[in-house]
Design a protein around this ligand. Structure first.
Ligand SMILES: Nc1ncnc2c1ncn2[C@@H]1O[C@H](COP(=O)(O)OP(=O)(O)O)[C@@H](O)[C@H]1O
Ligand SMILES: O=P(O)(O)OC[C@H]1O[C@](O)(COP(=O)(O)O)[C@@H](O)[C@@H]1O
Length: 308
């Protein structure tokens, strides 16, 4: 069982329009509502992979109740802390030329008693899992070291933990030594306070982070696939060239696939090939955090994994 933590859940609204024009009234051609916040995308993709997950974090107000209904209808197991702070909405505007523009609400503030209640719940439910994923931002009112605390609790019980966040949350979270992190190039730059050009510099940056006490640093590179850096080796997994439909949630799909890989006991190269295939397949569907098995299997056969 894999537990997915989403402190800042959202209803993801995908708006399909012809062309976004600033300062004009625009009518949306099609709108899709999906349970979101990065961790909920992870939970949905784990389900697509055929593994059991339990989604946790916070849900609040009418939007929270609506997300709960959607998760239940999609048979995504969940056990959330409920709060009176309304769950946010995140908007992804998709134009006909493939441009995607995301507007992410911050999320209503949470109270200290909300957070304390969640930590207590987390301590109980992690007994039931082997792997924990912790993803995304947190609403105001949550201390910046929250992920450090959660990772510490999971590691004390010998669970594998994947952390996928950014900024100070990542900086602080790393201190607890998660099993894996999945930064992209921008996140490595922010973490190390440097500018990075080209693959070799990405690898150098990832090696520095790995030495901070993380078993596996997986760096996602968009259409160029992903790098995996461990203490002993560096691998590059490259997908075939594909025409994407919606890339939102592909980082989350990659996290989900690595979590499944840990759960199934895959070795590093198998895990990387699978993660690249699942995340690339996610870009071929309109809905966030979702893939068709036949797309994934076709891409899987064509992923090139090279040891560098
Ligand atoms: N254009 C693309 N073609 C093929 N695979 C892609 C493409 N964009 C993303 N992916 C897959 O999704 C993964 C995560 O995407 P990326 O954009 O790097 O993540 P993030 O959104 O976290 O920055 C990539 O490592 C890759 O495997
Ligand atoms: O939880 P965060 O970090 O605020 O991000 C929220 C949003 O990011 C998304 O996951 C998309 O992000 P990615 O394209 O980077 O995967 C939305 O689905 C989600 O609602």
């Amino acid at each position: 069982m894999i537990i997915t933590v989403t402190m800042n859940t959202a209803v993801d609204k995908a708006y399909v329009i012809e062309e976004l024009k600033k300062g004009q009234v625009m009518r949306v051609k099609k709108c899709t509502n999906t349970p979101g916040g990065k961790g909920l995308n992870v939970a949905r993709v784990i389900k697509c992979c055929g593994e059991e997950s339990l989604a946790t974090g916070f849900l609040g107000g009418h939007t929270g109740a609506c997300i709960k209904d959607m998760l239940d209808a999609q048979q995504v197991q969940n056990d959330f802390s409920y709060t009176s702070s309304e769950t946010r909405a995140c908007i992804n505007i998709l134009e006909s030329d493939g441009t995607s523009t995301e507007l992410l609400e911050p999320g209503e503030p949470l109270g200290q008693e909300d957070v304390a209640g969640f930590i207590s719940k987390f301590g109980k439910i992690i007994e039931r899992c082997n792997v924990v994923t912790i993803s995304g931002s947190v609403p105001e009112g949550v201390e910046i070291d929250i992920y450090e605390k959660l990772i510490g609790m999971a590691k004390a019980r010998n669970k594998k933990v994947i952390l996928d966040t950014s900024g100070m949350l990542l900086k602080e979270g790393i201190k607890a030594g998660p099993t894996m992190i999945k930064p992209n190039r921008d996140e490595i730059e922010a973490l190390l306070g440097i500018r990075i050009n080209g693959r070799d510099e990405v690898i150098e940056g990832a090696k520095k982070i790995q030495k901070m006490g993380i078993d596996l640093v997986a760096v996602s590179l968009g259409g160029d696939g992903a790098l995996v850096v461990t203490k002993d080796a560096v691998f590059h997994g490259k997908p075939p060239k594909i025409t994407t439909i919606n890339t939102v949630g592909s980082g989350d799909s990659m996290v989900a696939a690595f979590a499944v890989g840990f759960e199934r006991g895959y070795d590093i190269t198998e895990m990387l090939r699978y993660a690249v295939a699942v995340s690339a397949a996610n870009t071929l569907t309109m809905t966030t955090g979702n893939f068709q098995m036949e797309d994934m299997e076709r891409i899987y056969r064509e992923v090139a994994v090279e040891r560098l």
